[in-house]
Every structure is written in structure tokens, then in C-alpha cells.
Design a protein. Structure first.
Length: 267
């Protein structure tokens, strides 16, 4: 059996040791191991190692290296179990080793999907304008179980979510100020849906936002949209021009009464 002839620490990584062995043809470099593996297997000069021992040492060292890799990955911010597994798999770590690393991370409290999910929800509440639906989707993509997602979303109260939705409505109502009240409402609904708010929150947020324009404001918005349409249809015969303008402005959400009033004033 091969015999350990020398053990030296690595200059660039003092937590790892180089193992030299004699396989019958003189001393040669065999492999390197982490300090924990060295101690666990009580490796020392003159020790004989059979094939089973060499495989076991290699396996344990792979676990240790991958564990250190995971710790470094987790040091930047909290991660879900799925994210850690994917990171190690991308580094070509084998599945049995990943499984052992994940168990170890849970044992030492470096992984906790429940706490991760709650922290993620709190962060999104405080730093983004997302509704629960979008946050749920993002947690699902990170591999969090539906049960833990439901529990974590309890952190996000309905009052807080509604407040966020109202703030978004007020902000975008100014942005879409030159649209008709009808189109403005549609745009706000679509925007809130994309942000992950449910139907009830959307309707309540919109009802709390002043989107119904006074008649003079609605007319001003119509004139703005009409000016853009006029450039497109100005060279058409009068009857066709009026029909095209009516169709365009109606699709923009304005009433026929207001459109007729504008066209009459224009004449």
C-alpha cells in the first residue's frame, strides 16, 4: 500500500496541506486536503492508505471545499437552498457532495429558507413597489415552498400593500395626465397588475386616487390627443376626416359628446 512520506502546508492557502506519497517508485505529490480532513483522518508521515481510505479522504475533502465555496457565496447576502444548490452545481460539484454540504449548512444555521423568505419579503416591502403576487412569483423562482411563501407574505400587511398601490397610482396618474379618464384608469389597472397586486387592492387603490377629470381637464386632454391625430388625417376629405377623428378619439377613451363638441368648435 502507498505510504505518506511528507506533509506540507500550502503557502497561498495555509488551511490546506499537500500530501506526498510513495507508491513504490519514490516520493511524489499525491493530493491536497483541508486541515479539517487532515485532522479527522489523522494523516501523518509513515501512514499507509488503502484504496478505500484514499477515496473516503477525497470525498470528505470535496465536501469541505464545496462547503467553503458555499460559505463564501452566502457571505455576500442571504440565499435560498435552491440558489446554493444551483451555485454549487454550476461549479460542477457532484450531487452527493451538494447534499452533504446543504445538510451541513442547515446544521450550522447558515441556511434557513423560512427566515430567508421573510427577509426577502421585508426587503421588497421597504425598497420596491411590488405587490404580493410579484413577490410570490420571485420567491417561487428561488425555490421556496408554497407553504413558506404563504407564511412569509404574512409580514406584508394588506394596509401596507394598499398604501404602496395608492402611491403608485398617484405617481402614474400625473404621468398619464394627458390621457382620458377612461384610458388613465385602464393604464393604472394594467400597471398595478404587472406589479403583482390583486383585483381588490387595484380597485380600492384606484378609487382612492383622483382620476376622474373635470370637464375642462378632459377637454384639454382631448385637444392634446386630437392635435396628434390631426397631423395624420389633415389631408383627408372633410367627411372622412371627421370620421377618422371620431374613431381615434373614441378609442382614446373620450365620449362622443365631448368629441362632437371639439369638432364643432374646430369648425
Amino acid at each position: 500500500m502507498p505510504i505518506i512520506t511528507k506533509i506540507t502546508f500550502q503557502k497561498k492557502n495555509t488551511d490546506r496541506y499537500n500530501i506526498y506519497m510513495d507508491y513504490g517508485k519514490g516520493e511524489e505529490y499525491a493530493f491536497s486536503v483541508d486541515e479539517d480532513v487532515l485532522i479527522k483522518h489523522q494523516l501523518k508521515k509513515g501512514m499507509e492508505l488503502d484504496e478505500f481510505s484514499l477515496n473516503e479522504i477525497g470525498y470528505q475533502d470535496d465536501i469541505r471545499k464545496s462547503y467553503n465555496m458555499a460559505i463564501q457565496y452566502l457571505s455576500r447576502r442571504m440565499r435560498s437552498e435552491t440558489e446554493v444548490r444551483k451555485h454549487l452545481a454550476d461549479k460542477e460539484v457532484e450531487e452527493p457532495v451538494i447534499q452533504e454540504v446543504v445538510h451541513k449548512l442547515y446544521d450550522y444555521k447558515f441556511l434557513n429558507d423560512e427566515e430567508y423568505a421573510k427577509a426577502f419579503v421585508r426587503t421588497q416591502m421597504n425598497t420596491s413597489d411590488k405587490g404580493k403576487g410579484l413577490i410570490r412569483t420571485e420567491l417561487k423562482e428561488k425555490g421556496i415552498s408554497p407553504k413558506l411563501i404563504d407564511k412569509a407574505l404574512e409580514v406584508y400587511s394588506r394596509e401596507a400593500e394598499l398604501s404602496t398601490a395608492i402611491r403608485l397610482c398617484e405617481k402614474h396618474a400625473q404621468k398619464y395626465g394627458r390621457d382620458s379618464s377612461k384610458i388613465l384608469k385602464q393604464k393604472l389597472e394594467q400597471m398595478l397588475m404587472r406589479k403583482g397586486f390583486n383585483f381588490d387592492i387595484i380597485q380600492e387603490a384606484i378609487s382612492e386616487t383622483e382620476i376622474e377629470k373635470e370637464e375642462d381637464e378632459e377637454l384639454a386632454a382631448l385637444k392634446y390627443q386630437a392635435e396628434k391625430a390631426k397631423r395624420k388625417y389633415a389631408n383627408l376629405p372633410e367627411f372622412e376626416y371627421r370620421q377618422k377623428m371620431k374613431q381615434t378619439l373614441f378609442r382614446k377613451g373620450f365620449s362622443f359628446d365631448l368629441i362632437d363638441r371639439y369638432l364643432s368648435d374646430e369648425e
